[in-house]
Design a protein. Structure first.
Length: 261
């Protein structure tokens, strides 16, 4: 009997999650302006840095090949910010209270938002890479390199999405969720996304070298351009796994505390 109950509970959890995933994806399709902006803004930033600032920045290689990995992670940050706002909207609009009256796990809401975030980021990243190729980006990656880069980016997107979900849970409004997620949009600028870290002042150099985004960018850049990775790949993997674990646990704990407190 216990085994049957566990199996039934697992099936219900999967069913509830799939229901919420479908709902979140439909909401993303309806919220076209947010989806478009999460794609257009990184494209504008890439165009600005490549065509306006790129000629004055010496990276030892073609600047577009240097900047594209940073733009990809910047794109991820915009997508995560919209996840925080979507979760905050559910928390403040009474959606969670309505779910309590239905035979569905309200916690599946977070899973739905996170999976929808991954889907949005997949779309936006594909468009950004396509635009980068049209602008002159010429990666030297093998199929294996592309797969490794995609796997690392997936871990990073999941980590950032769960962190954004946690921020959305504690936000008192959609506007405050946008403010709380500002750090995810700002942190890439304090990394090696746009300029080599050694060109920064000493105090910024220390920050840029000891935050999660720099090793992720450097690993993706090395994979796509065919340059040696060194131990940066393991550092990036450790950051992503650690951030994903902490973000998932924190988001789940905050959600239970707010909905059952």
């Amino acid at each position: 009997m216990t085994t049957i109950a566990v199996h039934g509970g697992a099936r219900n959890a999967v069913s509830d999650s799939l229901t919420m995933i479908g709902r979140s994806i439909r909401l993303s399709r309806r919220n076209v302006d947010t989806l478009i902006m999460s794609i257009v803004l990184p494209l504008l930033m890439m165009s600005l840095f490549v065509y306006v600032f790129g000629g004055a920045i010496n990276t030892g290689t073609q600047y577009i090949n240097y900047v594209v990995p940073g733009i990809i992670l910047l794109c991820t940050g915009y997508g995560a910010a919209s996840t925080a706002m979507s979760v905050a909207d559910d928390m403040t609009s009474g959606m969670i209270d309505r779910l309590r009256s239905l035979p569905i796990r309200s916690s599946a809401v977070l899973t739905g938002h996170v999976v929808a975030s991954v889907a949005r980021n997949l779309l936006s990243t594909t468009i950004v890479i396509g635009a980068a190729v049209a602008m002159g980006f010429r990666p030297n990656a093998t199929v294996t390199d592309w797969m490794l880069a995609a796997g690392l980016l997936l871990l990073y997107v999941l980590a950032l999405s769960w962190l954004a979900a946690g921020l959305g849970v504690i936000a008192k409004s959609v506007e405050s969720a946008s403010t709380l997620s500002f750090l995810m949009l700002f942190l890439p600028y304090l990394s090696s996304a746009f300029v080599p870290t050694h060109t920064m002042p000493s105090f910024l150099h220390a920050v840029s070298e000891n935050q999660p985004i720099t090793p992720v960018i450097e690993t993706v850049r090395s994979l796509l351009t065919g340059t040696p990775i060194g131990n940066t790949g393991w550092i990036a993997l450790a950051w992503c796994v650690g951030l994903l674990t902490c973000s998932f646990i924190l988001a789940a704990w905050l959600f239970r505390r707010r909905t059952h407190g």
